[in-house]
Design a protein around this ligand. Sequence first.
Ligand SMILES: O=C(O)CCC(=O)C(=O)O
Length: 277
Amino acid sequence: MKSANYYEVSVSDIERYEADGVVCLRGVLDPSRIAELEDAMEDVLAHPGPQARAGKFAYDTFMWTRNQAFWKLQADSAIPSITAQLMRSSVSHLMADVMFAKEQNTPDPTPWHQDQPYGWYDGTQVCSVWIPLDRVTLESGALEYVRGSHRAGIWYRPVGFTTGENENTDEFAPMPDIEANRADYDIVHFDLEPGDALFHNLLVLHGAPGNSSSDRRRRAIAFRYAGDDAKYAVRSVGPKPIWDPGIRHGDRFGCDLFPQVWPSTGNVPRFWERPSS
Ligand SMILES: O=C(O)CCC(=O)C(=O)O
C-alpha cells in the first residue's frame, strides 16, 4: 500500500534491512517533492546554519528548524512511516537532518564511518534515510556500505570528515582502514535516481568516493530517526544538537527538538519563527 503519508514496506525489504543494514527503496518520493527539496537545499547553501561547512563538499544540519520544506517531509510524506516499519517500532522520532552537497570534480571522499557514535542516541532502533536529489553512480560519489557490519555491534570512533582522523577517545574502538583493505570487506553500493532512497541502520559502516563526474552534482539530504528502544545520549566527542534539547542522558525522545513524526501527532514545531540566538 502506498499513499501520500504511508508506504507499506514488504517483509523481504525489512529482512534485507535487518540482514544487510541497508535497503534501497525505489520511487518513494515524487518529482514535485524532489523539486521542493532542491529549492530548499539551494536556500540552505545560500544561508548556511551555525554548524555548516562551506565548499565543494558542503554540509549543513538541523535545516528543518529553519526551512519548512524539510519539516514538510516529516509531516507530509511516507518517509517517517517507512522508518518505523524498518525499525519494527511503534513510533519514529526525528533526531537530526544533514545535507551533503558534493559538486562535480570534487575528489574529497566521505570517510568510512558509522553514524551512531556521532549521534545523540543509544539503542538499536535507529535508522537513517539518504535522499539523493541527482542521479547517483559510483563515479559521482554513491554511498558504499559494508554489508551486515552493523550486526557485530562494535562502535567505532567518529572520523573527522575533513581530516579523515579518528576522534581522540577511548570510548569507542579504532576505525579499521577499510579503504586500504577493501577486498576483506563485503562492499555494496546502489545507483540511484531522484525519488529513490537508501535506508540504513546507524551502526552500518559506510563511506563514499569523491565526485569525479565533470557534469553532475551529487546532492543528498539525510534524516536520522529513533524508535521505541532509543534513548538520548550525551557523548564526550562528536557533533552536538544545535540547541540544548531540554532532556537528559537516558531520557526518551519526544521533545521539541526531537519530535515524534510517526504516527503523526499533528503538532507543528514553529522553530522557523524562533529568533536567532
Ligand atoms: O553523502 C555523503 O557523502 C555522506 C552521507 C552519510 O554518511 C550519511 O548520511 O550517513
